[in-house]
Design a protein around this ligand. Structure first.
Ligand code: SAM
Length: 317
């Protein structure tokens, strides 16, 4: 890990200082232990299994689902290229914020989504964390287009982090298994927090927003996209503001995301697509909804406007 950030790693639970041995990190204050595996360090606080079992069950479900996706992608032969797990963005006539246009052919819509949420935010020479980083596509694109000083990818699914660690050649980037609600970094460690299509899975959204506020430096920016029910938009803005963050942009980009879902449909249902390589125990309906295929519940709700894809920029003043 980039040295100056390594020094800012703390206990996920009590935020105490850590002591390191060859195989583990241990909190000097609460004694929580974190394991150093072959391809990753796991900063998951296992006490949650006992303290908040229903929250943990949801998180364990995410870990299982994404491990299965990782497996399907490896089997399909396209795993090497499948570095994004989001819906993507296709321009329409609405207001655009990206300062740069993507030059990718493969994964273009996902890179465009990233460039849109970044907009005019200063990223160069900044410390950035991508929470729910998935398979690392956003970190690679941030490096390509903006050259941050350092980047951390945090994700709850070990299979995703193992993939990122094995694939990445960037000395500026490091990857950790960890939970968005218990971020293992000291207060004021980052200039930019990125979170793309991940927060819907967090049982306690308020806690996540408080963690984002805590790890941001003053003047730092939170770049955030999520699909929300219409009535959840106001609730989320309230929670973000209660956490101390000020909204500087809150845009409905559902029409852009729908267009991208239309474009993705063919690729994702083709011979090598995720829909044809999922584990037989996964219901087709769930897969279609997960990838928001035209005709699925999620896609139709977006079309009707009862579900909105929100793109937000917030600042810690
Ligand atoms: C839809 S994918 C998006 C991945 C990535 N942001 C992208 O744009 O490609 C959601 C990701 O959130 C991760 N995730 C879910 N719950 C999490 C949690 N509590 N903490 C950290 N990551 C989580 C999942 O493992 C998954 O990789």
């Amino acid at each position: 890990m980039v040295q100056h950030l390594h020094a800012r790693l703390v206990c996920s639970g009590c935020k105490g200082e850590l002591a390191q041995s060859d195989t583990a990190l241990q909190c000097r204050r609460c004694q929580a232990a974190y394991t150093i595996e072959h391809r990753y360090v796991s900063m998951l606080d296992r006490r949650e299994q006992v303290d908040r079992p229903s929250d943990w069950d949801r998180k364990a479900g995410e870990i299982r689902d994404y491990a299965e996706i990782s497996n399907s992608l490896a089997l399909s032969g396209i795993g090497r290229f499948a570095t994004f797990l989001n819906y993507g963005y296709v321009p329409t006539g609405n207001e655009q914020h990206a300062a740069i246009e993507p030059d990718e052919v493969w994964n273009r819509n996902s890179v465009k989504l990233l460039l849109e949420v970044v907009g005019g935010t200063a990223i160069r020479e900044r410390d950035v964390i991508d929470i729910g980083c998935g398979r690392g596509g956003n970190i690679a694109a941030l490096h390509k287009y903006f050259k941050p000083l350092s980047m951390v990818g945090l994700d709850i699914c070990p299979a995703n982090i193992a993939y990122c660690s094995a694939k990445s050649r960037l000395t500026e980037a490091s990857y950790l298994v960890g939970d968005a609600e218990n971020i293992p970094f000291a207060d004021e460690s980052f200039d930019v927090v990125l979170n793309i299509e991940s927060a819907h899975a967090y049982p306690n959204r308020a806690r996540f927003y408080q963690e984002v506020y805590r790890i941001l430096r003053h003047g730092g920016v939170f770049l955030y996209t999520e699909l929300m029910l219409e009535e959840e938009v106001v609730q989320n803005v309230r929670l973000l503001e209660e956490a101390g963050l000020s909204v500087i942009r809150n845009q409905d980009v559902t029409s852009n995301v729908l267009l991208s879902c239309d474009e993705n449909a063919e690729q994702r249902t083709g011979a090598q697509g995720i829909a044809n390589n999922a584990n037989a125990s996964t219901k087709m309906e769930d897969i279609n909804d997960f990838i928001a295929l035209p005709g699925s519940k999620k896609y139709e709700e977006m079309k009707e406007g009862t579900r909105q894809y929100r793109m937000m920029n917030l600042v810690k003043r």
